[in-house]
Write a protein that binds this ligand. Structure first.
Ligand code: DX5
Ligand code: ZN
Length: 219
């Protein structure tokens, strides 16, 4: 099986030694950094914003996928126009203007990403799919790291794989929430090619490197 792209979720990092943690991550083989931006409105938690993304952009070579969990994200997209921001992700549940948000991301020459809450059907993106580079299936309710993976989302991943292949698109399927060595195999077997992991990488008993190796051992 092809190994998926691994994106490490910053939310679970130790912010007192972020520099060292980011270096450890790249040495361990994480491909990208997943940055969760939360506003305390769309989700019941507040995290970080463009100030931190700017510093990471200036001080590390890591590519970032920014996951905006904020109301009306189209207001803030342009604030994330940094070289190392590869993709910008928005939720259809957070705006009546998904198409406008995607157009802004395209104008910024970034990859477009749409994340779907567990209760949101795939039909929410039916008419936008060809404008989306990556769809993220949320396998937890967004807002916090370290939550339990929802296995009931596996058929949703498989259904999306069928739709994408059926329409002959190259859209990447990402999975975000509760990813670990216990479920990565079934996640990839269901059709995902991009996985986000936070708690599993940063709070494992062993080093980040060992945690990453353990993920790949399952495939
Ligand atoms: C949840 C976030 C996730 C989260 C993933 O709202 O979008 O990116 O940080 O972390 P784990 O792997 O701990 O579930
Ligand atoms: Zn996320």
């Amino acid at each position: 099986m092809n190994r998926p792209t691994l994106s490490a979720s910053l939310l679970s990092a130790d912010f007192m030694c972020l520099d060292a943690q980011l270096r450890e991550l790249s040495e361990a083989g994480a491909d990208t950094l997943h940055v969760d931006v939360m506003d305390g409105m769309f989700v019941p938690n507040i995290s970080l914003g463009q100030v931190v993304v700017k510093s990471i952009n200036e001080k590390t070579p890591l590519q970032m996928d920014v996951h905006l969990m904020i109301e009306a994200p189209e207001r803030y997209l342009r604030e994330y126009d940094f070289d190392n921001v590869k993709s910008l992700g928005v939720h259809p549940e957070s705006t009546p203007h998904l198409d406008r948000a995607l157009q802004i991301i395209k104008d910024m020459k970034k990859e477009t990403c749409v994340a779907l809450n567990p209760s949101t059907p795939l039909s929410a993106i039916e008419w936008e799919l060809e404008k989306i580079d990556m769809v993220i299936i949320m396998t937890v309710n967004p807002g916090f790291g370290g939550q339990r993976f929802m296995p009931e989302m596996l058929p949703k991943i498989a259904d999306l794989r069928k739709i994408i292949d059926g329409r002959g698109f190259e859209t990447v399927i990402g999975v975000d929430g509760g990813v670990s060595s216990e479920n990565i195999r079934i996640i990839c077997d269901s059709g995902a090619d991009y996985v986000v992991a936070g708690n599993y990488l940063f709070h494992s008993k062993n080093s980040i490197k060992e945690a990453v190796d353990e993920l790949w051992n399952q495939l």
